[in-house]
Design a protein around this ligand. Structure first.
Ligand SMILES: [Zn+2]
Length: 412
């Protein structure tokens, strides 16, 4: 894509109300636009990043047997009354009345909606297990919406729900989701800590959060420097260990950002909503139930919090909105040919064809943060100068070699 056509232009000024790095850079570089506190439009660059995140998650959910669906966002009060959450979750839920005095909520999660689908569509143990997921919007009545895309009143999420005939089958699936989440986050380039936490308005059981260590994070976790043990602040402060309870290793405290959360519900929801199946011996039983979330817009914000420098964002190849940034400077030859050779290999190229100074082009390129930068100018002659965002070294390549290098990087 030619940068002359890219909407919007980058901004010179940082937004005055930006309290966090992701807010500052995502707005300045043109990834997102704020409507009001906690409410964001994803612009072309931001939507590209979220689509990349979504695709990785989709592949990993499909790999463990998840099937993609789409559930509605407008919910009748009655369904939330079945579990008592109309009252219990009042603080986070947007609730309102229409002109005929019927009450509704905007979705802040979908447990009740999923279980309603299930109870209308299963009969016996042979219909189980089932795992369904969707990517959609969540609404939360958030009084502190001030951390850029990390804490929204409206945000995108992948949420999956599963039901099982037995506890054993549920436990097996819960562990497979944990592994699939770790795989998805690893593919995205994150190092996450699986952190034990309390379930809030969701459950009285302990749940598992997937936390990214980041200075700008609003959460605090305690983790072992030797093994995988990690607890969030809320439950750690009740126990106050001096060393790791698993291996006696040193415990460290860190700010972090929660990017995913999984909940084991047992049969509590299915008892309240009467979601049953008939087992082998003909007895009616409650299904075992769990839910599994990843905030996709939040993942984008978390990446920026953990991967930036003074000049802007530093994407990796997996999440970047484009595979490479081709910067055309005066005197460059056959730029169009270079561009089409890259595109022919399936690479997504942002071609800076704008009629502005070299300095401004480099500044914008570093702000936007595409990992592979290519420069063509009078100086590079028939070669192409290649640099990785965040590194200092530049190297000259022939057109053929740079196309091959970038293609290999993408398919790796
Ligand atoms: Zn340990």
């Amino acid at each position: 894509m030619r940068q002359t056509n890219l909407f919007p232009k980058t901004r010179k000024e940082t937004p005055s109300d930006a309290k966090s790095v992701n807010h500052k850079y995502l707005v300045q570089a043109g990834y997102v636009n704020q409507l009001m506190a906690g409410s964001w439009s994803l612009l072309p660059l931001g939507w590209r990043v979220v689509r990349n995140i979504t695709q990785i998650i989709r592949e990993e959910m499909n790999a463990i047997g998840g099937q993609e669906i789409l559930m509605p966002l407008l919910h009748p009060k009655e369904i939330w009354n079945e579990t008592g959450r109309w009252e219990k979750a009042k603080e986070v839920m947007y609730q309102f009345e229409d002109l005929r005095h019927k009450e509704y909520a905007l979705s802040f999660t979908h447990e009740e909606i999923f279980l309603d689908i299930i109870r209308k569509n299963i009969e016996s143990y042979q219909d189980l297990p089932i795992a369904l997921y969707h990517f959609s919007t969540k609404f939360r009545n958030e009084p502190r919406a001030r951390s850029g895309v990390l804490r929204g009143r409206e945000f995108l999420m992948k949420d999956m729900y599963s039901v099982h005939a037995t506890k054993e089958d549920f436990d097996r699936f819960y562990e497979s989701v944990k592994k699939a989440y770790l795989k998805a986050f690893k593919r995205m380039g994150f190092e996450v800590r699986v952190t034990t936490a309390a379930g809030g308005v969701f459950t009285e059981n302990y749940t598992h959060e997937f936390q990214v260590l980041a200075e700008g994070g609003e959460d605090t976790i305690y983790y072992c420097t030797q093994c995988d043990w990690s607890w969030n602040k809320e439950i750690f402060e009740k126990e106050k260990y001096n060393s790791c309870p698993e291996c006696d290793g040193e415990i460290k405290k860190s700010n972090s950002i929660e990017v995913g959360n999984i909940f084991p519900f047992g049969t509590s929801y299915s008892e309240k909503m009467n979601v049953t199946y008939v087992d082998k011996s003909g007895k009616s039983k409650y299904v075992w139930f769990g839910s599994y979330g990843i905030g996709t817009t939040r993942v984008m914000g978390a990446w920026v919090e953990a991967n930036h420098d003074k000049k802007g964002i530093i994407w990796n190849s997996q999440l970047s909105p484009f595979d490479c940034h081709l910067i055309e400077l005066p005197g460059a030859k056959e730029v169009e040919l270079t561009y089409s050779k890259l595109v022919d290999q399936g690479l997504d190229v942002l071609w800076d064809d704008r009629d502005i100074g070299a300095g401004e082009k480099f500044t914008d390129s570093e702000l936007i943060g595409i990992p592979n930068r290519l420069v063509v100018s009078e100086k590079t002659k028939d070669k192409i100068e290649y640099k990785i965002r965040g590194e200092d070294k530049e190297k000259l390549y022939s057109r053929q070699d740079i196309v091959k290098l970038l293609k290999d990087k993408k398919t790796k």
